[in-house]
Design a protein around this ligand. Structure first.
Ligand code: ATP
Ligand code: MG
Ligand code: MG
Ligand code: MG
Length: 562
């Protein structure tokens, strides 16, 4: 590629609106330009990196047996109403109308689309397990878009979804994705940790976040210096065990209790439509479980909730906390940051009660008052919010250290949340109809590019790991007006191209100082400078990372860089 007409505009000064290094460098090296708040264009250099990361992801997904497809970004509101997320997702969902007044969303994630797709075309256990993925732009109306493409409103994500016949199958599918993520982020040259994002608070389901350890991360990770223990400290993991046996549940369902209500009763009681009755949050206050119903943007009258659930309400989640909660990964409900003095948040147990025992689902349209001690127990095994640097690790191995992290990936065992809501069933070996067991797995592709820069730069610019560098080699003739330099540079450009190196040829009529500064800013692994010794066939090779330089004859060049 010839640089003179290449769209890679560099900036000398640090843009005043860019707080973090990756954002500054992406602007300065001409990788991105902002279009409007949280919306960016990737210029040719930036796109090349994006594609390299994308291809690493694609290779590892394919190796793990996942199949690539492409789903629409435009999703009809009906899909989201079916899953209950049209309301639940809140203001982060970008909504639009067509000319007929039908409502749509720009996909922030694709559980709804994939679940209906698989529901309509996969019907037997013989077709399972199956993992599908896509690499596509996602849209989220982030409350605070910032740090460039680290938190933008339109961004590139790889999202994968697994479908299994059994819980054990899901474990295997999850493990495969987990392993693939380790390979992907290693190949991207990142120093990362897979951290427990929430263990147990979601009713035995597992989730891990892949965190790139840097100073600018928005999350804080507590990790052991001697074991694999690592967790996001925003989360105080708890284990919620549902204590009722199936028999008791069935008994309960058949008993008329004064508290038993239909979903319609509840809706009219709370004066909301059914789809607004969403998830609940369980707080533990002084070892006392407290149930709170959260329903999107609307305020809930706590007295009514108390009455409804026969539970003690101490503090409602604030609007802000509700939003945090809603901002969690798609399909992931809770935990949220809780008010001071409140120790633990859980909610899947509660959800189980709302959807299962209390029957907010289609087959089972009634509510039964819930008694917390009677119906489930809560076992707290680590309260990470109180954990201090230097404390012993909860797993007994090593000492706790803190570090900031950027969430580049997230793997999550969804279970049957979407398959049940949207009727994605299959026939098992005995001909029995069952909901598919799902997992979902996201990687922020554009965020990963920025995270790589956060970990790979120096005072002069970016220092790309070779695996994701936009070009392998920056070929810089010092003075294009010197015939011997120009000729040698062109000869090398052709030769290197034939050997399949990706070369950016700085054929600009710029001063050497400008060229070298830009070369350092761009940060390709190798710079080949063609200067005064061109007439002797000698060039200078410079390693960006170490600054090492080496004079070398053109005939030995290929052997040296290979
Ligand atoms: P965050 O906690 O940073 O808001 P998230 O948990 O909401 O992220 P997920 O729903 O888990 O995000 O989406 C999968 C991946 O998509 C994330 O791990 C992250 O890498 C990426 N991602 C999410 N939101 C953004 C964003 N606004 N800009 C860029 N990448 C994002
Ligand atoms: Mg988010
Ligand atoms: Mg997150
Ligand atoms: Mg996440």
């Amino acid at each position: 590629m010839k640089q003179n007409t290449y769209l890679a505009p560099t900036l000398r000064d640090i843009p005043s609106d860019a707080e973090v290094k990756s954002h500054q460098l992406m602007l300065r090296a001409g990788l991105i330009r902002q279009s409007t708040s949280g919306v960016y264009s990737f210029l040719p250099l930036g796109l090349k990196v994006l594609k390299k990361v994308e291809n690493i992801i694609r290779e590892e997904m394919n190796r793990a047996g996942a199949q690539e497809l492409l789903m629409p970004a435009i999703q009809q509101a009906e899909l989201w109403q079916e899953s209950g997320r049209w309301e639940a997702y809140g203001p982060e969902l970008m909504r639009l109308n067509d000319r007929h007044g039908r409502q749509f969303a720009l996909g922030p994630t694709h559980e709804e689309v994939i679940t209906t797709l698989v529901r309509d075309d996969v019907h037997s256990y013989k077709k399972l397990p199956m993992t599908l993925y896509q690499i596509q732009n996602k849209f989220r109306d982030e409350r605070r878009p910032r740090f460039g493409v680290l938190r933008s409103r339109e961004f590139l994500m790889k999202d994968a979804y697994s479908f299994d016949a059994t819980a054990e199958g899901l474990d295997v599918s999850y493990e495969k994705m987990y392993d693939a993520y380790n390979k992907i982020f290693t190949r991207c040259g990142l120093d990362f940790r897979a951290v427990v994002a929430d263990s147990g608070a979601i009713g035995g389901k597992e989730t891990h976040e892949f965190m790139v350890l840097t100073e600018v991360g928005e999350d804080t990770i507590a990790y052991s210096d001697q074991s694999d223990f690592a967790a996001n400290i925003e989360i105080a993991p708890v284990k919620v065990t549902y204590t009722k046996s199936d028999e008791t549940l069935r008994e309960l369902e058949s008993v008329e209790t004064p508290g038993k209500k239909t979903i319609e009763d509840v809706s009219s009681f709370l004066n909301v439509t059914k789809d607004k009755l969403i998830k609940s949050v369980l707080f533990i206050v002084d070892d006392e479980p407290v149930l709170v119903l959260v329903r999107g943007d609307h305020e809930v009258n706590d007295v009514k909730v108390k009455h409804l659930f026969d539970a003690q309400i101490v503090e409602m989640a604030t609007e802000e906390e509700t939003k945090n909660w809603m901002n969690c990964i798609p399909g992931y409900v809770g935990p949220v940051k809780v008010p001071k003095g409140v120790k633990v948040v859980a909610d899947h147990a509660v959800e189980a009660i709302v959807n299962g025992v209390c029957g907010a689902n289609e087959e089972n349209k009634h509510f039964i008052n819930v008694n917390v001690e009677r119906d489930f127990s809560v076992e707290q095994f680590a309260d990470l919010r109180n954990i201090q640097e230097g404390d012993p690790s909860p797993d007994g191995k090593g000492t706790i250290r803190f570090k900031e992290g950027i969430e580049v990936g997230h793997v999550f065992k969804l279970g049957t949340k979407y398959s049940e809501a949207m009727g994605a069933n299959f026939l098992d070996e005995n001909g029995k109809n069952k909901p598919m067991i799902m997992g979902c797995y996201g990687i922020g592709v554009s965020r990963t590019v920025a995270a790589i820069i956060e970990q790979h730069h120096d005072d002069d610019g970016i220092v790309w790991p070779a695996t994701v560098s936009p070009f392998d080699i920056h070929l810089v003739p010092v003075n294009m007006k010197q015939e011997d330099q120009k000729n040698l540079a062109e000869e090398l450009y052709d030769q290197l191209g034939e050997e399949r190196f990706e070369v950016l040829f700085d054929d600009r009529p710029e001063r050497p100082g400008v060229k070298f500064k830009d070369a350092d800013l761009f940060g390709f692994p190798i710079r080949i400078t063609v200067g005064k010794k061109a007439s002797e066939g000698i060039v200078e090779l410079k390693v960006r990372k170490t600054g090492e330089t080496l004079e070398i004859h053109k005939d030995n060049l290929l052997d040296t860089i290979k």
